[in-house]
Design a protein around this ligand. Structure first.
Ligand SMILES: Cc1cc2nc3c(=O)[nH]c(=O)nc-3n(C[C@H](O)[C@H](O)[C@H](O)COP(=O)(O)OP(=O)(O)OC[C@H]3O[C@@H](n4cnc5c(N)ncnc54)[C@H](O)[C@@H]3O)c2cc1C
Length: 266
């Protein structure tokens, strides 16, 4: 790890000012990715701005139509939240399946979404539910937020403040996980808003994506057999030691069916 200056921000405005003042400052949320990247010297910010004391970035509130979750809310808090369990149980279930207990107790919604790991779970929920990301500068729709592998629409001095998740009629998330890390080899989030259905896939490609053909078929009839025979092409999918592109393409169909079955049964 290279030397760096550490700053504990007092509030969002303070964090934003510190971030904007330095050319290469990095925000620190739960440190589950950033600290490892710094130890490996893959990241070497001169300044680290810690968000842990920024109370306005924490917390969960629900008005029945939307669940708003602060960026610094830990995965374990989302998993155990009564509000989330009641309004969008699929989101709480997704959070409860992230990594291990330590990762869930330290990792944050904002850190996960800003990092946009191709195998992360939250991007599937953000896109699958058509959520809105609120930053210190603006609101960004889910479909415009994730732009590529580890890339988002965030500017260098932009901070995620919260994410607003619309409450669906029913939803579910099914993931085929890496048994060691629990990251998604393929994860599919399906949400039925009554007349509109969204299907978001994580893990399979360089970045979360929607499957329009499944969405149309499910909007006509929300049932497992509606997606039978709908396949995603393997050509632009990921390949690593865990799974090749054809296997990942197959898993998208399998995970979609599992998610639909769970949503129907809920
Ligand atoms: C062993 C292990 C297993 C894991 N398994 C899974 C898994 O199964 N599924 C899964 O989805 N994830 C998994 N993760 C990742 C985990 O969910 C973390 O949320 C993720 O690493 C981000 O970490 P963090 O929230 O601590 O953010 P940090 O590491 O602190 O920050 C990550 C990045 O986001 C930026 N950032 C942080 N907060 C903000 C903000 N509010 N606005 C703008 N930028 C911000 C930081 O500057 C940094 O670039 C795993 C991690 C580990 C170490």
């Amino acid at each position: 790890m290279y030397q760096f200056n550490y700053y504990r921000a007092k509030n969002l405005a303070d964090a934003a000012q510190k971030l904007a003042a330095s050319g290469d400052a990095k925000l620190l949320a739960g440190g589950q990715t950033l600290i490892a990247a710094m130890k490996l010297r893959l990241a070497a910010p001169s300044e680290v701005v810690d968000l842990r004391d920024v109370g306005e970035l924490r917390g969960i509130r629900s008005d029945g139509k939307t669940v708003v979750i602060g960026a610094m809310t830990r995965h374990a808090e989302v998993a155990s939240s009564k509000e989330v369990r009641q309004a969008i149980p699929a989101l709480a279930t997704l959070a409860s399946g992230i990594g291990d207990r330590m990762v869930r107790n330290m990792g944050t919604l904002g850190g996960s979404v800003a990092n946009n790991d191709p195998a992360a779970d939250y991007p599937a929920a953000v896109v699958g539910l058509g959520a809105t990301v609120t930053t210190n500068k603006r609101k960004i729709e889910a479909d415009k937020f994730f732009t590529g592998m580890y890339e988002t629409a965030l500017e260098a001095d932009e901070i995620i403040a919260s994410i607003a998740f619309p409450v669906p009629r029913r939803a579910a998330y099914a993931k085929f996980q890496n048994p060691a890390s629990r990251y998604a080899i393929v994860g599919v989030f399906v949400a039925d808003f009554g007349g509109t259905v969204r299907v978001a896939v994580t893990g399979a490609g360089p970045c979360v994506f929607r499957v329009a053909e499944m969405e149309k078929a499910l909007a006509r009839r929300f049932a497992v057999d509606s997606v039978a025979g709908i396949n995603v092409g393997a050509d632009r999918l990921n390949s690593d030691i865990h799974a090749g592109p054809e296997y990942r393409a197959h898993l998208v169909g399998v995970m979609a069916k599992r998610a639909i079955a769970q949503a129907v049964a809920a």
